[in-house]
Design a binder for this molecule. Structure first.
Ligand code: MN
Length: 325
C-alpha cells in the first residue's frame, strides 16, 4: 500500500542514544545506534521502498522520563524538540513531530506542549510511560490529580497523546527477577503501559476531559483481548468494579483511545482489535528502528482485511487524527 502514515517511529540525540543500548544484544547495537541517529538518509529510503509517505517522529525511550531533576528534563525536552523541528523543516512532506515532554513538572510539560504545537507545528506528544520525581524509586502515573491542568491543556490544543512503554522501576519489577527476558517488548512494556492506560480510564479523567485522545502501541498492549473481562467479571455479584470514573472502561477505550500496530504484525491480533475497538481507531506503525519497516509493511500490505479497512488503518485515520492535510 502506498501513502501509509507511521507514527511510533523513533530517533535519538547523541545524548539519549545510550538509553536504547539495553534493548539490543551488543552485536546488533552498532546497527540499532546508526538507525536511531539517522533521519534524512536511510530512514527515507526505507519509507520510499515500503510505501510510507509520512512518519511522525519521537525521541527514544525512556530519555526525558527517566531524568530525576526537573531542570534536566525541561532542558532535554527543549533540545530534542528543537532538533526534531529542524529535521521536520527539511522534509515536512515526509516527517512531522511528536513532542517529548518533561512530565516531572506538569506545568512545564503543558508549556512545552503548547510551544511545540503553537510555535513548532508539532502534531501531538509522545511520552515514555510514568515519570520520576526527586525520589528516584517512585513512579508517577498521569491519572493523579496534579496532572489535571496538563490534560486540560492537551484537550484545549486538540492534539493526541501517545503513551509509549518503558520498563517498570526495579522496586516494581519483582515478578521479573530471575526472568529478565520478560523485560522490555517481550512482556513488561505491555503490562506496564496497559495498567497505566487502565488507570487513566478508571480515574475519571475522560469524564472531565472527554475530547482527550490517547494512543497506545503494539496493538493496544493486550487491552483489546482483555477488555470484556475488565468490565464483566463476577457479573452476578452485587457490587461491580468501583472506580471514580462514571462509565464502563470499554466505553473510554472506544471513545478516548487509538491503538497502533507497532511491533505487533499479526493478523489474528489485528482482527481481535478490529472487533473490540474498530478499524476507525487502529493506526499503522512500525516502531522503527527497533522493528523493521519491511516486516511491518510487507505484513500490513498483504494481510487479509477489507481494502477499506487497510486504507483507514494505513493512512486515513492518522491523516484525520493528526490533521495532516
Ligand atoms: Mn516504540
Amino acid at each position: 500500500m502506498q501513502g501509509k502514515v507511521a507514527l511510533e517511529e523513533h530517533f535519538a540525540l547523541d545524548e539519549t542514544v545510550q538509553d536504547s543500548a539495553g534493548f539490543s544484544p551488543e552485536s546488533d547495537w552498532p546497527e540499532l545506534k546508526a538507525r536511531l541517529l539517522d533521519i534524512q538518509d536511510r530512514r527515507l529510503r526505507e519509507m520510499d521502498a515500503h510505501g510510507i509517505e509520512m512518519m511522525l517522529l519521537s525521541l527514544n525511550a525512556p530519555a526525558v522520563q527517566a531524568l530525576r531533576q526537573h531542570d534536566s528534563a525541561i532542558g532535554l525536552s527543549q533540545r530534542a524538540n528543537d532538533f526534531l523541528a529542524e529535521q521536520v523543516r527539511r522534509r515536512p512532506d515526509r516527517f512531522q513531530g511528536l513532542a517529548a515532554l518533561p512530565m516531572q513538572d506538569p506545568d512545564a510539560a503543558a508549556r512545552e506542549l503548547n510551544r511545540c504545537v503553537e510555535e513548532l507545528g508539532f502534531k501531538g506528544a509522545l511520552v515514555n510511560g510514568f515519570t520520576q520525581v526527586a525520589d528516584h524509586d517512585h513512579a508517577v502515573y498521569y491519572d493523579v490529580p496534579a496532572f489535571r491542568p496538563f490534560w486540560a491543556e492537551v484537550e484545549r490544543l486538540g492534539v493526541p497523546f501517545y503513551l509509549h512503554p518503558r520498563n517498570p522501576l526495579a522496586k516494581d519489577a519483582a515478578i521479573y527477577e530471575t526472568h529478565r527476558w520478560l523485560m522490555g517488548p517481550t512482556w513488561a512494556f505491555g503490562q506496564e503501559t496497559a495498567v497505566h492506560a487502565l488507570r487513566l480510564m478508571g480515574s475519571g479523567l475522560f469524564d472531565a476531559h472527554p475530547k482527550l485522545q490517547i494512543i497506545i502501541g503494539h496493538m493496544g498492549e493486550g487491552l483489546p483481548y482483555s477488555m470484556w473481562r475488565v468490565d464483566n467479571h463476577n457479573k452476578w455479584m452485587a457490587v461491580q468494579n468501583r472506580y471514580p470514573a462514571k462509565r464502563k472502561i470499554a466505553e473510554y477505550f472506544r471513545e478516548n483511545f487509538y491503538i497502533t500496530a507497532s511491533g505487533n504484525f499479526r493478523t489474528q491480533t489485528l482482527i481481535d482489535a478490529m472487533l473490540e475497538i474498530g478499524a476507525d481507531r487502529i493506526l499503522f506503525s512500525a516502531d522503527w528502528p527497533f522493528e523493521n519497516i519491511d516486516h511491518a509493511s510487507t505484513w500490513f500490505d498483504t494481510t487479509a482485511i477489507a481494502e477499506n479497512d487497510r486504507y483507514k488503518i494505513g493512512r486515513a485515520n492518522a491523516w484525520s487524527l493528526f490533521k495532516l492535510g
